[in-house]
Write a protein that binds this ligand. Structure first.
Ligand SMILES: Nc1ncnc2c1ncn2[C@@H]1O[C@H](COP(=O)(O)OP(=O)(O)OP(=O)(O)O)[C@@H](O)[C@H]1O
Ligand SMILES: [Mg+2]
Length: 505
């Protein structure tokens, strides 16, 4: 198997780049970056650590070291605190601005305890004073890696436990999802009316269910009505029910979903589509905690928690008079915004793995994993249909593939870009943005922006010979922003800088 075609196995890796961890575990060797501006010291340390079985890479200054951290993802850095160009302390500060995970061991001059302690405050694991014995370095490195591994395992177990007892079906550990869980935690055990906002397929109903099944109402019903899929005339009877003889055809009494959900939770999807006459009645339910059946002659008391959802701009609907302002305030007591999948791309490998396991089992297929090329396409795609679309793509891929999911098992819109060399040798970046019919025009700006941004970043990096600090400066962004963009756009050094963009919708 070549390095470019590493197959993702089905190990569960949380919170880290799944691909990187997979690649590392296949090599099964810890990688150490030695940063020192003294050639001799780098050479000695490097050959000693190599003889102890580590993979070693070196850098002679801070800039080069930061580049190596990004490109090679070492597990541990041995960093000299005093260097000519960028001193170790500034390098550590910059490293910590985008990576909290890597272990750093500082080399200090004899008797400079203060700077060593400062370094520890900045997140270094330990320090070693020069001159040192090589054995001492090896022991410190070995211990640091051991402690780190334990910490990883504890975090993993904590995540597992949390999943088991709380929101076990909701996949996602990205910062956006973690912020979302923190808000979710605040409302689950209350009776507060919640409004869930999010694009189609982001998991609004899944969240509504999670709220219900983690609340004191969990043994009572969870019922839902999608206001967009019901004809307007039926919405009221579906919600509130009717008495026998209330209208022609009402041959028996029918209870509405509100009454049937008594004691439990009622989820009203696409609330923006609720007919205006029914909006008044819903407001009364929220204010008086009673419902009126159609044709009934009195109020019926109910105890139901209401959760609503929308992917509409309700504020706009209020302004246009399509949605009652008083009801809007009643529903919007606590609103939860679900992030789009493209805003949390780091969760894609976890979701892919989750659906792969699920569909492997349900279709009885022995699929071993997803090729790294296919994973790259999955990571790049825009996902207008969010998690639902990813789920569908994975089901289709599982059905089509024999053992490994490859790009040809994905949908054509995912073949996002290829770099061609023209006959006149001009490099052209051809981008097939894969926008399906039905995509709003607003999307085009975003897609084209992304394409142009990626191209400019690539050009700037080439111009500066991949000096990221200089490039960030030229692009007018900070180092961390550039670093994040390199990750999002999957820009790597072996890519040639394209000079002409060709964009296909
Ligand atoms: N974070 C997630 N983890 C696992 N599965 C998810 C997640 N989010 C969504 N899904 C799955 O994606 C599908 C769509 O989710 P759901 O129906 O909750 O979306 P929605 O926001 O209500 O969509 P719509 O606006 O179209 O009604 C479901 O199969 C759901 O289980
Ligand atoms: Mg829904």
């Amino acid at each position: 198997m070549t390095k470019g075609d590493v197959t993702l196995t089905l190990n569960k890796v949380k919170g880290k780049s799944l691909i990187q961890s997979m690649e590392r575990s296949q090599m099964n060797r810890n990688k150490i970056l030695v940063v020192d501006d003294e050639d001799e010291l780098r050479r000695i340390l490097s050959s000693y650590l190599k003889s102890k079985g580590y993979e070693v890479i070196c850098a002679s200054d801070g800039d080069e070291a930061l580049d190596k951290v990004i490109e090679e993802s070492p597990d541990l850095v041995i960093l000299d605190i005093k260097m000519q160009r960028m001193d170790g302390m500034s390098m550590l500060t910059r490293l910590r601005s985008f990576n909290n995970n890597i272990i750093v061991i500082i080399l200090t001059a004899h008797r400079s305890e203060t700077s060593a302690l400062d370094a520890i405050r900045l997140g270094a694991y330990d320090y070693i004073s020069k001159p040192f014995q090589l054995e001492r370095i090896e022991v410190t490195v070995r211990n640091a890696l051991k402690v780190h591994k334990l910490e990883d395992e504890v975090t993993y177990l904590k995540d597992e436990l949390q999943e088991k007892f709380r929101f076990k079906n909701i996949i996602g550990v990205s910062p956006k999802m973690q912020a979302f869980y923190r808000l979710l935690e605040r409302v689950v055990s209350t009776d507060v009316t919640v409004l869930i906002r999010g694009e189609t397929g982001t998991g609004k109903e899944l969240i509504a269910q999670a709220i219900h099944y983690n609340s004191h109402r969990k043994d009572k019903p969870f019922l839902s009505v999608d206001c967009a899929s019901l004809p307007e005339t039926l919405v009221e009877s579906e919600l509130f029910g009717y008495e026998k003889g209330a209208f022609t055809g009402a041959n028996t009494q029918k209870l509405g979903k509100f009454e049937l959900a008594n004691g439990g939770t009622f989820y009203l999807d696409e609330i923006g589509n609720l007919p205006v006459e029914v909006q008044v009645k819903l407001l009364r339910v929220l204010e008086e905690r009673v419902i009126y059946r159609i044709g009934g002659n009195g109020p019926v008391k109910i105890d139901v928690r209401l959760i609503t959802a929308t992917n509409d701009n309700l504020e706009k609907a209020v302004k246009k008079g399509r949605f009652r302002e008083d009801l809007y305030y009643r529903l919007n007591v606590f609103s939860l915004n679900l992030p789009n999948l493209r805003e949390r791309r780091s969760d894609i490998p976890l979701l892919v793995n989750h659906f792969l396991l699920f569909f492997k089992k349900s279709h009885g297929k022995d699929i071993k994993g997803v090729s790294s090329k296919a994973m790259k396409s999955l990571l790049h795609y825009e996902w207008p249909g969010n998690v639902r679309e990813l789920r569908n793509v994975m089901e289709r891929a599982v059905l089509l593939a024999d053992d490994i999911i490859k790009p040809e098992h994905l949908i054509p819109a995912m073949q996002i870009e290829e770099i061609h060399s023209q006959p006149n040798d001009e490099m052209v970046l051809k981008i097939d943005v894969g926008l399906p019919v039905g995509t709003h025009l607003k999307k085009i700006t975003q897609k084209v922006n992304e394409a142009v941004e990626r191209n400019l970043i690539l050009k700037t990096l080439k111009e500066t010979k991949w000096n990221r600090s200089k490039s960030a400066h030229l692009l007018g962004v900070d180092y961390k922003t550039l670093y994040n963009k390199l990750k999002i756009y999957k820009i790597s050094k072996n890519e040639e800088s394209p000079t002409r963009l060709e964009i296909n919708p």
